[in-house]
Design a protein around this ligand. Structure first.
Ligand SMILES: Cc1ncc(COP(=O)(O)O)c(C=O)c1O
Length: 418
């Protein structure tokens, strides 16, 4: 064996595999609407102008050496004020850690609280918890959620698994579903965590809660974002929040993430991020610190991006609901937040015009790519079984017009299945 057991067993991103297939068809001259990647086309969704200007200015000002290991103090101060004004959360700069996007924060949370063999509990579908569990040699307990609960986990589903667990990883609004916790369901889960921690001896590792709210500024209509610490302040000692600029400011390539939680855990995460060298670039931090404090710039940008994303998601949702009304075996769940729509294409067992039987959700997906020129991601890429015929549609890389045009193509492709 030429590499470590961990490296050998690590799975690459399933989404990137689908992207490879799409790129191959594109090379052959086909025009595929790509609703796979949880990213933005930056010509459709550029970052805020003032943020871009700030980054350029910071480079011109030679802000190019190492930033402090936990992030620039003025950025941590800006994040602290942002959390206070937008979430009524009280976190001092020493309880906040900046890193190069949010991924290093998730990985360092796992590394800081999970020992090899420890149990990590998370719902499926969800994003990358399986990979972070692999990276930390954790015992991953995946809870398959249900469409009737909008694919969010419930306390009843989690309860049997948290005795002795090291980490419960939750996300709302959720990637891949675009759905969110309601207040009552999240409260019940919070109470489970509190009850479990009451059973642990002094000095024993508590059950930590990783709460990924990276999409929390992108919520629609009546849907309100809830977080564990606001609902149950006593969870402040156990909750590590993951957040950042990647999604709300369409700044996935800018790489500024912020995590916050109990100072002792954040301190350990700081050392881990430091050893990985996963800092956010200094010029980007300088610019973000300035941008975040300008409420007008932030609000104007969020109003615009939310309106555009919501229009795309609603159009796709209405298109699927129309197909459903016409008798097609499809469905979709009302978009609540993030950049995703949850859709059902229930055509397993059907036969394509060339005689192939579609067995799995991946088969259905590749049929739609070839026949309807539309690519989604099956929930199996997010940890569910291959027989789950639900998919994620990500709208950040498409215009509203692209989305309007894809519905008739999907209808035609589905009509050909027998
Ligand atoms: C739920 C969730 N958390 C975190 C991230 C990571 O974001 P970043 O690009 O800041 O590393 C993503 C990216 O897709 C995500 O969907």
């Amino acid at each position: 064996m030429s590499v470590s057991v961990l490296a050998k067993n690590l799975r690459g991103s399933e989404i990137i595999k689908i992207a490879g297939e799409i790129n191959e068809l594109k090379r052959q001259g086909q025009n595929i609407a790509n609703l796979t990647i949880g990213d933005f086309d930056s010509n459709i969704y550029p970052i805020p102008t003032e943020l871009k200007q700030g980054i350029v200015e910071a480079y011109n000002d030679n802000q190019t050496n190492y930033p402090p290991a936990d992030g620039m103090l003025n950025l941590r101060e800006s994040v602290s004020a942002f959390l206070k004004s937008r979430y009524a959360l009280d976190y001092a700069p020493n309880q906040i850690l900046i890193s190069g996007g949010s991924r290093p924060l998730i990985y360092s949370t796992f590394l800081a609280v999970v020992d090899p063999g420890d149990t990590v509990v998370f719902p499926t579908p969800s994003w990358n918890n399986n990979h972070y569990s692999d990276l930390t040699s954790a015992n991953a307990i995946m809870i398959e959620t249900r469409a009737e609960n909008n694919f969010m986990p419930t306390a009843d589903e989690i309860r049997p698994h948290i005795k002795g667990a090291a980490l419960l990883a939750l996300c709302s609004p959720l990637n891949p579903t675009g759905t969110m916790f309601n207040k009552k369901d999240l409260e019940e889960i919070c109470d489970l965590v509190i009850a479990e921690n009451k059973t642990r001896a002094a000095g024993e590792k508590p059950l930590y809660l990783l709460y990924d709210q990276i999409y929390s500024q992108l919520t629609f209509g009546v849907h309100k974002h809830y977080d564990p610490v606001t609902l149950r302040p006593e969870l402040k000692d156990y909750t590590i929040f993951i957040d950042g600029a990647s999604k709300c400011f369409a700044a996935t390539g800018v790489r500024v993430g912020w995590g916050f939680g109990p100072a002792n855990v954040i301190d350990n995460m700081k050392a881990i991020v430091g050893h990985m060298g996963a800092w956010s670039p200094k010029a980007e931090q300088v610019a973000m610190a300035k941008f975040l404090t300008n409420d007008t710039y932030v609000n104007n940008y969020l109003t615009q991006i939310k309106a555009n994303i919501q229009a795309s998601l609603n159009t796709l949702h209405e298109g699927f609901q129309q197909l459903k009304a016409e008798g097609f075996s499809v469905d979709s769940i009302e978009p609540m937040g993030a950049i995703y729509l949850t859709i059902k294409v229930d055509y397993a067992g059907k036969t394509t015009p060339d005689g192939t039987v579609l067995k799995t959700s991946a088969d259905i997906n590749f049929y739609l790519i070839k026949e309807a020129k539309v690519a989604f991601v099956p929930f199996s890429a997010f940890g569910t079984g291959e027989d789950v015929n639900w998919f994620r549609a990500s709208v950040g890389a498409s215009t509203l017009q692209d989305i309007q045009q894809m519905i008739p193509r999907i209808k035609e492709a589905l009509s050909k299945l027998k």
